[in-house]
Design a protein around this ligand. Structure first.
Ligand code: GAR
Length: 203
């Protein structure tokens, strides 16, 4: 069983979708060991508690990144986490954090990377005028929204879209994509060649 550590900052809908897929037996080979938020009042923490999962707040405000990250790392280690899942965790990870879990941190980003990294990706896509948008599940490295891509899903951008309608269409795909991406990594049946994630063909 791979033990997942979920990191979030807010709503927690991606986390909720993952938890539901695990509970329903649709996402196998892993369990949620702990849910950690850098915000005490994150809705995602309440969802975790309702599900009977271990929920921890490690407030980041007013603390140095290195110090906050050190506490995050020790909490993840305490719970014997194998794979860290960023689910709307809106804080940069320090290099020390990334190095503590090499190729063991996943993130989901609401754009087809490398387009529109950073904040408000859906708004950036609309302003740019792309006609296809989507989401990306990727490994986290030391650069923002940059690591090896595990899986992407696309959606159309419609003429009538605003940031809210486009975000909702992308979010629906995020909820599917993240569990699929986690399943791929949990299976261990892949190689990373350069920047490419390559699935093993099972015989
Ligand atoms: C999701 O759309 C996720 O892709 C995005 O924040 C939202 C969190 O929603 N993450 C980023 O923009 C990271 N750069 P959720 O809390 O309901 O899962």
């Amino acid at each position: 069983m791979m033990r997942l550590g979920i990191l979030l900052s807010g709503r927690g809908s991606n986390f909720a979708a993952i938890a539901e897929n695990i509970a329903q037996g649709r996402l196998k080979g892993c369990e949620i060991a702990v849910v950690i938020s850098n915000k005490v009042d994150a809705a995602g923490l309440a969802i975790a508690r309702e599900r009977g999962l271990k929920a921890v707040a490690i407030e980041a405000r007013g603390r140095k990144r290195a110090e906050h990250d050190a506490e995050m790392i020790s909490t993840l280690r305490e719970h014997e986490v194998d794979l860290v899942i960023l689910a709307g965790y809106m804080r940069l990870l320090s290099p020390e954090f990334v190095q503590a879990f090499p190729l063991r941190i996943l993130n989901i980003h609401p754009s087809l990377l490398p387009a529109f990294p950073g904040l408000d990706a859906q708004e950036q896509a609309l302003i740019y005028g792309v006609q296809v948008a989507g989401c990306t599940v990727h490994f986290v490295d030391e650069e923002l929204d940059h690591g090896v891509i595990v899986l992407q899903k696309s959606v159309p951008v419609l003429e009538a879209d605003d940031a809210q309608t486009l975000s909702a269409r992308i979010l629906e795909q995020e909820h599917i994509a993240y569990s699929e991406g986690i399943a791929r990594v949990v299976s261990g049946e892949y190689q990373i060649i350069g920047r490419r994630y390559v699935r093993h063909i099972s015989s």
